[in-house]
Design a protein around this ligand. Structure first.
Ligand code: 13P
Ligand code: SF4
Length: 346
């Protein structure tokens, strides 16, 4: 075991020595080595979202990625246990794709402001108001909302999913900004119905997208003024924004894409400096993986939900089977149809 701890310490030290104090690296290396030992013993796979804190991100996941990439890995796994180092809706998606396997989420506090912005009853009310209109749900929703949906999407495939339906109109839930970004990309007119009267107003009948006013509490905070300030100070900086940012912010940026697409963009671009308008741990993770490139720290907007997932909780999760994701069979069956339709689109 001591050899495994030393090897882990060396790995983390190489990646994080400029950002994490040595004493912390030593503690985290010990935890990570024990997690990896237990992972083998219990035949578990660990999926780590790009927003995990740097020491966790660079030590224990078998796969790191954005929501779509991790959905694909969850669908392929043959391990008995899936430990999801991400937030609850992601772990639920892994369960939906693997109903027979044990899916563990290390902290029950790992929610999401988007997933919490809409209920299954809200979706049923929208379907009554717009009968026959397909419902596209962002994966940042809980399983019962997915179960009411025609198809899911992630930030990496949202426009392709909307276009794959081949219909004049779609309901797109729950992220207002992602919906506005997709509407712009696909040339659609979007509305956000306010009062839930049973029938749509006459003026709503020619719209092509019907949205919902959910917001990501992290990405809604970035502004075009932030971009203007950085461009004034660092004219050579390449600015990347997640599509959960407002359409004004994505339009003023050089690139907009999922967390995975942003990572690939930085890796494949030669510019010396980057500003990432997304959750701040991801900037640290990219900086550690690309030491020759500078990540500008505009501000530190950490997702409070992603921040709940720690190495300590992940170890306890594997030791004590915590916290098991359990969903009703009928919800799993209906939600799986929506998620699998999305995976088939790509
Ligand atoms: P990605 O699908 O781009 O990984 O985003 C997930 C998320 O929660 C962004 O805030
Ligand atoms: Fe949800 Fe935003 Fe956190 Fe992503 S960053 S998990 S969308 S609250």
């Amino acid at each position: 075991m001591e050899a495994a701890i030393t090897a882990m310490y060396q790995r983390l030290h190489e990646k994080l020595r400029t950002t994490v104090p040595d004493a912390e690296i030593r503690i985290k290396a010990r935890l990570a080595a024990e997690i990896n030992r237990l992972k083998q013993e219990r035949n578990a796979v660990i999926l780590g979202h790009n927003y995990m804190e740097p020491a966790l991100y660079h030590s224990i996941p078998d796969f790191q990625g954005d929501s779509l990439e991790l959905c694909r890995e969850a669908a392929k796994t043959d391990r008995d246990i899936i430990v999801f180092c991400g937030v609850r809706f992601m772990a639920e998606t892994a369960k939906i794709l693997n109903p027979e396997r044990t899916v563990l989420l290390p902290s029950l506090e790992a929610g999401c402001s988007l997933a919490g912005s809409i209920t299954a009853a809200d979706v049923r009310a929208l379907k009554m108001r717009y009968p026959g209109v397909p419902v596209v749900s962002y994966v940042n929703t809980y399983a019962d909302v997915k179960a009411e949906s025609t198809i899911c999407c992630t930030s990496g495939n949202a426009a392709a999913v909307v276009e794959s339906l081949g219909t004049d109109t779609v309901i797109f839930l729950p992220d207002e900004f992602l919906a506005r970004n997709v509407a712009r990309e696909t040339g659609r007119h979007i509305i956000f119905p306010s009062a839930m009267s049973p029938a749509p107003a006459e003026t709503e009948l020619d719209v092509q997208m019907i949205g919902w006013r959910g917001r990501c509490e992290v990405h809604e905070r970035f502004t075009t003024q932030d971009i203007a300030n950085v461009r004034a100070q660092f004219p050579d900086a390449v600015i990347l924004a997640h599509p959960e940012c407002s359409p004004e912010v994505t339009a003023a940026s050089d690139f907009s894409g999922s967390t995975g697409a942003m990572i690939r963009y930085v890796e494949q671009t030669k510019a010396p400096r980057y500003l990432l308008l997304t959750e701040c741990a991801m900037g640290d993770n990219i900086a550690a993986a690309n030491p020759d490139k500078e990540m500008l720290r505009l501000c530190s907007v950490r997702c409070p939900h992603m921040n709940q997932i720690t190495l300590e909780d992940t170890l306890e999760s594997l030791q004590h089977n915590r916290h098991i994701i359990d969903l009703p069979a009928d919800i799993i069956e209906r939600a799986a149809a929506a998620v699998e339709r999305m995976i088939a689109v790509g």
